[in-house]
Design a binder for this molecule. Structure first.
Ligand code: SF4
Length: 336
């Protein structure tokens, strides 16, 4: 397995990559002559991950252009909603390395991860809902993860390859905001860099708020998905309105100055899968590690959320059906 030296610069492409020793980041690196001479080829971890995740039916990424748009709230509740069906097994993987908030949102803060001969055992937050997060590996809540790109990529590889999930119907992956090294590593490892040899990804849900400054970054996120061959399941507009829990009257928080996410999706030919209103009871449920779907079933956000989840499930089931119909064709069509 390729290793990344401790002294590698931040944007090290990885010693096993085709670009090792030749990439822009390699200029001036003390390992350049060694890396240039190393044998090149596909990362063997791609096959290991494919094997490890062969019992996972659907893999869904949750992305956002910006932080603070409610991506982790969406991820945790997508998992809760999927796990409401007791027949379904759901896993959540939190690769938001610098801001892991899912342990708190899923009521698993303070849990520790156990290691067995076959890998890391995930933490179960209900009988059919398991999770793994870098938050479980931190010493304390206030510990910061100050890691460079190569080390973050190494942890993502470990998370994909070494977590001992049971058979899963859905694996929902929470990612950091933006399009960083972590996203590229994640997608490369799951898809085999477009080779069709990886475990595959059903698609990505992109979460945003309606204002233009957030939508600009969503366009970059969509561009990232297109370049890497990841299907966009749809765009979710979060916090479009505030609905007063007392009187039920809506008011606008972030004005849709350019038409909001729906108009952007129309312009880009992507699917808009729904708008979620802001309800302060959602934040309280998340802080308490509970599902707002169960805590405040009367919230207008719950109806909107369930409609979005139905669309995600329909997309994944349709994609799975298509895969089964295919005769050896891969999900990934884009060459990098
Ligand atoms: S030469 Fe390039 S690939 Fe090798 S360690 Fe340095 S940055 Fe990474």
């Amino acid at each position: 397995m390729p290793t990344v030296p401790e002294n590698a610069p931040e944007h090290c492409p990885g010693t096993g990559s085709e670009a090792a020793g030749k990439a822009e980041a390699c200029a001036g690196c003390p390992n350049q002559s060694i890396c240039s001479a190393l044998p090149k080829g596909p990362d063997p971890a791609i096959e290991e991950i494919r094997h490890k995740l062969s019992n996972v039916k659907h893999k869904v990424l949750v992305l956002s252009g910006k932080g603070g748009v409610g991506k982790s709230t969406f991820t945790s509740h997508l998992a809760h909603a999927l796990a409401e069906d007791a027949e379904k097994q759901v896993g959540v993987l939190d690769v938001d390395i610098c801001g892991p908030s899912l342990p708190r949102m899923l009521g698993a803060e303070g849990e520790t991860v156990h290691q067995s001969g076959s890998g890391w055992s995930p933490v179960y937050v209900r009988d059919n809902l398991a999770m793994m997060s870098v938050g479980f590996l931190l010493g304390s809540l206030s510990d910061a993860v100050i890691w460079r790109g190569a080390k973050k990529s190494g942890l993502i590889k470990q998370f994909l390859r070494d977590v001992d999930w049971d058979d899963l119907d859905y694996l929902v992956v929470d990612t950091p905001p933006g399009t960083s090294d972590e996203h590229l590593s994640l997608v490369q490892l799951l898809t085999g860099g477009g080779s069709g040899q990886g475990a595959g990804i059903d698609g990505a849900v992109i979460v945003t708020t309606p204002q233009q400054v957030a939508l600009i970054d969503v366009r970059k996120e969509i561009s990232f998905c297109r370049k890497t061959g990841v299907s966009v399941i749809g765009v979710v507009e979060n916090m479009g309105e505030f609905v007063c829990p007392s009187c039920g009257e809506p008011s606008t928080i972030f004005p849709r100055t350019t038409g909001g996410a729906e108009k952007m999706c129309e312009d880009l030919g992507e699917t808009f899968i729904g708008s979620l209103p802001l309800d302060p009871r959602i934040a309280r449920s998340c802080d308490e590690g509970k599902s707002f779907l169960e805590e405040v079933p009367d919230s207008p956000a719950v109806k909107a959320f369930r409609s979005i989840v139905d669309k995600v499930v329909s997309f994944c089931e349709a994609k799975n059906g298509k895969k089964e119909d295919d005769t050896g064709e891969t999900m990934m069509e884009t060459e990098w």
